[in-house]
Design a binder for this molecule. Structure first.
Ligand code: FUL
Length: 482
């Protein structure tokens, strides 16, 4: 103990303190993720499940006047959904417990517009229970989407509807175990059944719902839940439903600048901003079919494994999480075409992104923080995301060279920052050595949690990454080559 104190004193701020090897860890670059956001980043891919009366009316947005008796799946097999998702690499599922039509998939005691008045299981069924149970059994996390807009309710637009919405949240957040994410969207107001009034209603999206109070209520029931909306507070929308995050993708954004409907908002959501004040990473929601709900007419339009792989690269491969919607059909199961597409997608992931050629590479770096083993280049290939290579403070450009035991054909390069201390890298280039000379193979701006670059295949024994710009000393936890 005494030795460390003396040597620190003698060092007077030098990084390496003689034999005590005391090196100051990098200071965080704010904003940084919360513990629950950090865990969320690691989920990477999870499923959205859109299922309700729309599945039976062939609509995307039910008007709210649907007769509950039309909800009559022959067999809801949430076990099938969960096992397909588990086997194809998904980590969670988020269910539309109530879409804009207001029909509740659980027997809510606050409405008659519910599964309890359907013939399915003689009104004794509970889709939310079956899905949350199946998810947990398969080791998947469970999340809910409870549409704020409700085209069925007579009181939509008045204060009593907010009480109704919160009562439903109380049912969902107390009866179905842990909920990892609550998803709510900006679709609001417009025409609807509204208890028979059949009129157009407009609400003030900024004030009507009093979201701060609602989120506080939900957090009081489940403190670990993550809230998704256009503006967060935990996870933001990526600005499109095509499956594409920005090539530049900051986890930071300033929420004051966000509100639904603002011109240009999609672009900002897509890229985030380098100087954003809050950590609100983007989630990429996209459907495996053109619509969110099942329509037999779209059976021939299911995305192919190659299309799903491309979406994976433009979402997870750009540091976002992928929320892929798979809508159960009228039987209550995933359609065979969708299952085949998911299996094909998983096969492509296994073939293309599992055999890491950098595993036994020798790593040479232009600078190591305090010359300390704790931050050396080997941390980049140790396959441990809790360790990282770091440079000295003030060193914001640096080179990393990976030397492979033998030349290999490389088609994908994966980079990861240690984001627990903030997202830093603003620019990088990558070169490969072929026949004694270096040639550029890729370049980019942000890295974040994960960046996967598809390159023109190159056969090489040496890859060099230049960090060309960073907010502060870069912290790289992983580089993999495939
Ligand atoms: C949107 C909704 O209007 C769509 O129907 C769908 O649920 C999508 C995921 O969110 O806001």
């Amino acid at each position: 103990m005494k030795k460390i104190v003396i040597s620190s004193f003698l060092c007077m701020g030098l990084w390496v303190c003689g034999f005590s090897q005391k090196v100051t860890p990098p200071a965080p670059v704010y904003p940084i993720p919360s513990a629950r956001q950090l865990a969320w980043h690691q989920l990477e891919t999870y499923a959205f499940i859109h299922f309700t009366t729309n599945t039976f009316t062939d609509k995307e947005w039910g008007f709210g006047d649907e007769d509950p008796t039309i909800f009559n799946p022959t067999k809801v097999d949430a076990g099938q959904w969960a096992s397909v998702l588990k086997q194809t690499g998904f980590k969670a599922m988020i269910l539309t417990t109530k879409h804009h039509d207001g029909f509740t998939l659980w027997p809510s005691k606050y409405t008659e517009h519910s599964v309890k008045n359907s013939p399915w299981k003689n009104g004794k069924g509970d889709v939310v229970k079956e899905v949350s149970d199946a998810a947990r059994k398969a080791g998947l996390k469970f999340g809910v989407y409870l549409s704020p807009w409700d085209r069925n309710r007579a009181d939509y637009g008045t204060p009593s509807y907010i009480t109704y919405y919160r009562n439903q949240l109380k049912e969902l957040f107390t009866n179905y175990g842990p909920i990892f994410e609550m998803w709510f969207d900006g679709a609001n107001g417009g025409d609807g059944y509204y208890g028979g009034k059949k009129e157009k209603r407009k609400i003030n999206g900024a004030t009507y719902y009093d979201w701060p109070a609602t989120l506080k209520l939900v957090r009081s029931m489940q403190p670990d839940v993550l809230f998704f909306s256009d503006a967060g507070p935990d996870i933001r929308w990526v600005g499109n439903e095509r499956g594409v995050a920005g090539e530049t993708n900051w986890n930071s954004i300033t929420p004051d600048t966000l509100y639904a409907g603002k011109p240009g908002i999609e672009k900002l959501l897509n890229t985030g901003s380098a100087d954003g004040t809050k950590w609100i990473p983007a989630e990429v929601d996209v459907s495996i079919r053109p619509g969110w709900f099942y329509h037999a007419s779209e059976d021939s339009k299911v995305k192919t494994p190659e299309q799903l792989f491309a979406i994976y690269l433009s979402s997870v491969g750009r540091g976002s999480n992928l929320l892929l919607n798979i809508p159960p059909d009228r039987n209550g199961v995933f359609h065979p075409t969708d299952v085949a597409a998911l299996e094909g997608f998983k096969k492509l992931l296994d073939e293309r992104l599992t055999h890491n050629l950098a595993k036994h590479a020798k790593v040479m770096v232009s600078n190591t923080r305090g010359n300390a083993a704790a931050y050396n280049g080997a941390k980049i290939t140790d396959e441990n995301n809790n360790t990282y290579w770091a440079t000295d403070d003030g060193v914001t450009t640096a080179d990393i060279e990976l030397q492979l035991p033998a030349a290999k054909k490389i088609s994908y390069i994966l980079l990861q920052e240690y984001i627990a201390l903030g997202q830093r890298v603003r620019g990088f280039t990558i070169e490969a050595e072929a026949n004694g000379s270096w040639k550029p193979v890729a370049s980019g701006t942000t890295i974040g949690y994960k960046q996967i670059l598809k390159i023109d295949p190159v056969t090489t024994g040496k890859i060099r990454v230049h960090i060309t710009d960073a907010k502060a000393c870069p912290l790289i936890s992983n580089i993999a080559l495939y």
